[in-house]
Design a protein around this ligand. Structure first.
Ligand code: PMV
Length: 325
């Protein structure tokens, strides 16, 4: 077979938003997480990636722009350990939401890429194997290989599904993109700086064990208040390691804080509105379906120009089509 031609494969994957966060690596070489995380796969958001085999080198285009391949080298090395040396890939990828702005586009991106490349190479890989390959690109991507509620435990090579997408039908996530320009500090750089310079890093790692266990229980019992409390604990402790790094990493913007304060105010009024944030200024609010419109209305009243997206739990990656390239 001419390895530079053959079928192209298109996969759809959704980002996985951490309720309890992964932040810091226990093994940088293998990209293993130091903390256990539990995330929800956001079905309403999608990355579409088409891959086929390439003649001599790997090439990735994201949103129509050629990406710096250095960011993908370790991922492709891991893939070639399965597919064989001398096999190269070309892929194009598009997101239905802002890219590299703290909306977990790297989780859906590497998940879709690992599925599409494996299919292009004719690999019969299990979901666990794909999750493990995706993890090399971005540890949160290991979780995006599954739908529903997904964990990636500290030191684990692949993620696993704890509850499927039907488990908690009322749960919603309201994503508030207060600023959609790509971030300046990558999550990779920021977590390494936290690990090496924050005096709070060790406490973050040890305290996140209890947060993770509590989160598994809260999701299992569909207890929004318990879940919200642990979500808040996890993201604020994670940011504690960033604020205390040297130099500090501050992804928050004034508008992020306005949404955080709004959630506090809504909770004082008895609404279950629990915010979380990742490596960017966007705020995601975890809530229940009957409260979505009230919360969305209150957020839009702060600034009608913000891009607001709403999602429930969705499925893992799906192949959309395969064709001759
Ligand atoms: O997987 P990365 O390198 O994009 O890091 C993800 C870090 C957080 O989004 C902040 C937390 C998480 O568990 O997704």
């Amino acid at each position: 077979m001419d390895r530079a031609s053959g079928a192209s494969h298109t996969f759809r994957a959704s980002p996985n938003l951490a309720l309890v966060k992964y932040w810091g690596k226990s093994d940088r070489e293998r990209n293993l997480p130091a903390t256990s995380s539990l995330g929800i796969t956001l079905g309403a958001l999608e990355t579409l990636t088409t891959a086929s085999l390439a003649p001599a080198r790997d090439r990735i285009e994201i949103e129509g722009k050629v990406a710096d391949i250095a960011r993908f080298e370790a991922f492709f090395r891991a893939l070639r350990r399965k597919s064989g040396d001398g096999i190269y890939y070309t892929a194009t990828s598009r997101n239905s939401f802002p890219t590299a702005a703290g909306l977990a586009s790297s989780s859906s991106g590497f998940a879709a890429l690992s599925c599409a490349c494996a299919a292009a190479a004719g690999l019969s890989a299990t979901t666990e194997e794909l999750s493990s390959i995706a993890r090399i690109g971005s540890a949160s991507a290991a979780r995006s290989l599954y739908g529903g509620f997904v964990s990636l435990e500290a030191g684990a090579e692949h993620a696993r599904q704890l509850f499927d997408e039907e488990h908690w039908p009322e749960l919603r996530v309201i994503l508030v993109a207060v600023n959609s320009t790509p971030k300046e500090t990558s999550s990779r750089g920021a977590m390494e700086l936290s690990r090496t310079t924050s005096p709070y890093y060790e406490s973050w790692v040890s305290s996140s064990r209890a947060s993770y266990a509590e989160c598994v229980r809260a999701v299992g019992h569909r207890d929004i208040e318990k879940l919200g409390t642990v979500i808040r604990q996890s993201y604020l402790r994670m940011f504690g390691t960033m604020f205390s790094a040297e130099p500090p990493v501050i992804y928050w913007q004034p508008d992020s804080l306005r949404v955080i304060s709004l959630c506090e105010e809504l909770r004082r009024k008895g609404l279950q509105a629990w915010e979380t944030m990742d490596a960017g200024p966007q705020v995601k609010i975890v809530c229940l379906a009957p409260d979505v419109e009230t919360i969305r209305g209150a957020v839009s009243a702060l600034d009608p120009s913000w891009n607001i997206m709403i999602s429930s739990a969705g499925t893992g990656p799906r192949e959309l089509f395969a064709g001759e390239s």
